[in-house]
Ligand binder design. Structure first.
Ligand code: C5P
Length: 302
């Protein structure tokens, strides 16, 4: 079974409090996007006692540390099946990027494994189980646009707040950021004070992104950790798109290090012209949703 494994952006991300268990309660508008990996899952013969994962990126571990293997182990335990799988993973989404690429792989694995086993579990069960693997996996079981709270695993479907064809440009420096490290570097005294429900309402009413709305409380620790990232954000905001038009907003997604530019997707010339940026990952992206009972479709032509 061939299946598309999407990624996500956080259109805003507020950190509400630090919890006793070491996690943080957050309130974030997540949106699934069409930058994704290709996956292929196949059922192994009954005699197989382990899953086999093959990944196009040799730097990614293919053992129990991989979220795909964690998802398969969880699926067997929860669904009460003993099936093992061969999984091929063709990576396009960078890691350490704040794009939830690995989380998307885990969600896609749960969905595809359930299809291949004849759908013993409902979507609602897959959503509930997925919270045990990581905080931002459940969002992929939403319609594609979701207001998420708790650790990120409490998912409320919302209508897409922006036209799905809103152009986005993703720009990620070669250095990735580690989510736990960024949460540790977060200074709760330096957060924004925006009411997240208010942000949601204002974004839906505006129908477009602006810097007042794309608040991300993790920019502070990410920019403290990687000052070049703030410089990159400022440069993108100053230069605008390929034609010199300003982006409607330039903001970080998740715990970084991807900077999202909204309103245009033609990259400014400095990214390809200046050697300092030669290793930067640059990709256009679009917001996507899914129909109930279906998974996300790969973008046309790619
Ligand atoms: O849940 P996940 O494995 O994606 O989280 C990775 C790490 O990020 C956690 O171990 C925790 O340090 C931090 N985190 C957090 N609060 C969240 C989500 C993640 O502190 N809501």
């Amino acid at each position: 079974m061939q299946v598309f494994s999407p990624s996500k952006v956080n259109l805003f991300l507020r950190i509400m409090r630090r919890r006793e268990d070491g996690y943080h309660d957050l309130a974030s508008l997540f949106h699934v996007i069409d930058l994704g990996d290709d996956m292929e899952l196949e059922v192994l013969p009954d005699s197989a006692a382990v899953d086999v994962l093959q990944c196009s990126d040799p730097t990614i571990p293919c053992d129990e540390r991989n979220l795909v293997i964690k998802a398969l182990n969880l699926y067997r335990r929860k669904a009460g099946v003993s099936t093992h799988f061969r999984v091929r993973l063709d990576k396009r989404v960078p890691h350490g990027a704040g794009l939830g690429g690995g989380s998307g792989n885990a969600a896609t694995t749960l969905w595809a494994a359930n299809e291949l086993c004849g759908r013993p579990a409902t979507d609602a069960q897959l959503l509930e189980w997925s919270g045990e693997i990581g905080s931002d996996i459940s969002v992929f079981f939403s319609s594609g646009a979701a207001y998420c709270t708790g650790r990120g695993e409490i998912v409320e479907d919302v209508p897409p707040p922006l036209p799905l064809d809103t152009p986005l440009l993703l720009v990620k420096p070669p250095i990735g950021l580690s989510t736990p490290q960024i949460f540790r570097a977060l200074d709760l005294g330096r957060r924004s004070e925006e009411d997240p429900r208010g942000l949601l309402e204002r974004m839906a009413a505006a129908g477009k992104l602006s810097d007042e709305l794309t608040v991300n409380d993790l920019e502070q620790p990410a920019f403290d950790t990687l000052p070049e990232l703030r410089a990159l954000q400022e440069r993108l905001a100053a230069e605008g798109d390929a034609g010199g038009q300003p982006f409607s907003s330039v903001f970080m997604t998740g715990s970084g290090s991807t900077i999202v530019c909204a309103g245009a997707d033609a990259a400014p010339a400095f990214l390809s012209r200046e050697t300092a940026y030669s290793d930067v990952f640059v990709s256009p992206a679009r917001l996507i949703v899914r129909r109930p009972g279906e998974w996300y479709a790969a973008p046309a032509g790619g």
